[in-house]
Design a protein around this ligand. Structure first.
Ligand SMILES: Cc1cc2nc3c(=O)[nH]c(=O)nc-3n(C[C@H](O)[C@H](O)[C@H](O)COP(=O)(O)O)c2cc1C
Length: 231
């Protein structure tokens, strides 16, 4: 069946996180095209710190799924306690674990996406070379935002390019919770970190309206708390 091709604006407005896929494969030419468009993402100093692992080996995928599951279990423990997982305190700082992470990791929480990692039509691990990231907020006494800015536009471009091919996917970060084990498994060096794991495929579910805040709710004139920007 021919896949729907959409404009960039439509892709931005109609790209939910798809976590279940049909078993239609993504051929290498399509995946190549997706990466070939995504690579035009901006990055600090145009250093393009990313490496993408196209994970085909099913045994490796199964091990990734095990690690991701542990990350998910930890995430769920925070959600259960009504907390933003690994979020900052009121000073913007990492307060350390607010849940018992060992107990959390050992408590299985079902996750259809994790269960589908082995069978996902495409599985990408997006890595970033930390020596290439200009982290202008380094040393500020709060959680860093800037470093990721040199790799997430690229990761998001992968999602947009996939959407424009009529595919769907989800950007995830739960593998980051087991970065050391993933490093041994995938062989990336110490100066390289995981930005995301992205699963792609033909979504099972139809696209529904995305829930996002309207412009007036997040755009303010001149200063924090200023008049909402509207037209
Ligand atoms: C940086 C980032 C990390 C994310 N991590 C995960 C994740 O680990 N697992 C997951 O299922 N979804 C993850 N998501 C997807 C979000 O949950 C999703 O974008 C959000 O809930 C909005 O849902 P929607 O896109 O379907 O409207 C992540 C998204 C971003 C941008």
């Amino acid at each position: 069946m021919a896949r729907e091709v959409v404009s960039v604006t439509d892709a931005m407005r109609t790209m939910p996180s798809s976590r279940s896929f049909t078993d239609a494969p993504i051929d290498d030419k399509t995946l190549y095209r997706i990466l070939d468009s995504a690579r035009f993402a901006p990055s600090g100093g145009n250093r393009q710190p990313w490496t993408v692992l196209v994970v085909r080996d099913l045994e490796v995928r199964a091990q990734i799924a095990e690690l991701a599951q542990q990350g998910w279990n930890e995430y769920v423990a925070y959600i259960r306690d009504g907390l933003v997982p690994f979020g900052a305190d009121e000073h913007g700082r990492w307060p350390g674990p607010l849940v018992d992470l060992d107990a959390a990791a050992a408590t299985h929480s079902p996750n259809a996406l994790v269960d589908g990692i082995v069978s996902a039509p495409a599985l990408l691990v997006v890595l970033a070379d930390l020596t290439k990231l200009a982290v202008l907020d380094a040393g500020l006494d709060r959680q860093s935002i800037v470093g990721g800015g040199s790799v997430y536009p690229f990761a998001h471009n992968i999602m947009l390019a996939a959407r424009s091919e009529g595919l769907g996917g989800v950007m995830t970060t739960f593998l980051c919770r087991r970065e050391a084990q993933a490093r041994s498994l995938l062989g990336f060096p110490e100066q390289v970190g995981i930005a995301s794991m992205i699963a792609l495929g033909e979504p099972v579910e139809a696209i529904t309206r995305l829930k996002r805040r309207p412009v007036e709710e997040f755009a303010q004139i001149d200063r924090w708390g200023g008049e909402p920007f509207t037209v």
